[in-house]
Design a binder for this molecule. Structure first.
Ligand SMILES: [Zn+2]
Length: 171
């Protein structure tokens, strides 16, 4: 990773709140004016750690994905879907996810990285159901709908693909 460029902005108008966000390659930390340089340093470090932790939660590893898949199967599919692996893949430009039912393997597009976890979980859930039901028939959708945010996640992804490619997509 390249060294982090951190820009500290101090504002006397800011209330006593501190915040941080990424702006391209830069990280902006907003601080109230009047902090001592020691306090400022501590706040900046703390906000960078917090930001990194938040990003980590949004960038789960392959193992994290498998844990989530096993959990989703237990909660909504009575554990019937038995994923053997779940991994991020770069080469899925037109699908959010895919799977190989014979091997129980699930692949998730890296384009989902950074999206809310309930959206990623929906795509995992969709693939888990495919391990049981290959086609998009009524039995398939009835199982997918057991995931409470299925409808909302589909809307989220449709909006995203319409904005990005001018067409909706679904595996
Ligand atoms: Zn599908």
């Amino acid at each position: 990773m390249p060294p982090e460029t951190v820009e500290v902005r101090r504002s006397s108008r800011r209330r006593r709140t501190v915040s941080a966000y990424r702006d391209g390659e830069k990280t902006i930390v907003l601080l109230p004016a009047g902090l001592s340089s020691t306090d400022e340093e501590q706040w900046v470090r703390r906000m960078l750690d917090r930001l990194a932790a938040k990003e980590q939660r949004r960038r789960p590893s392959d193992d994290d994905l498998l844990d989530r898949a096993v959990d989703l199967s237990a909660r909504y599919l009575d554990g019937e879907a038995k994923p053997s692996s779940v991994r991020w893949v770069e080469n899925q430009q037109h699908r959010w996810g895919s799977c190989t039912p014979d091997h129980g393997t699930i692949r998730i597009s890296t384009r989902l990285r950074g999206m809310p976890s309930w959206v990623v979980d929906y795509v995992i859930m969709h693939e888990l159901v495919h391990l049981l039901v290959p086609s998009h028939g009524s039995r398939f959708w009835a199982l997918v709908e057991r995931y409470p945010k299925a409808e909302r996640a589909r809307g989220f992804l449709e909006g995203f693909s319409t904005a990005a490619h001018g067409s909706a997509e679904e595996c």
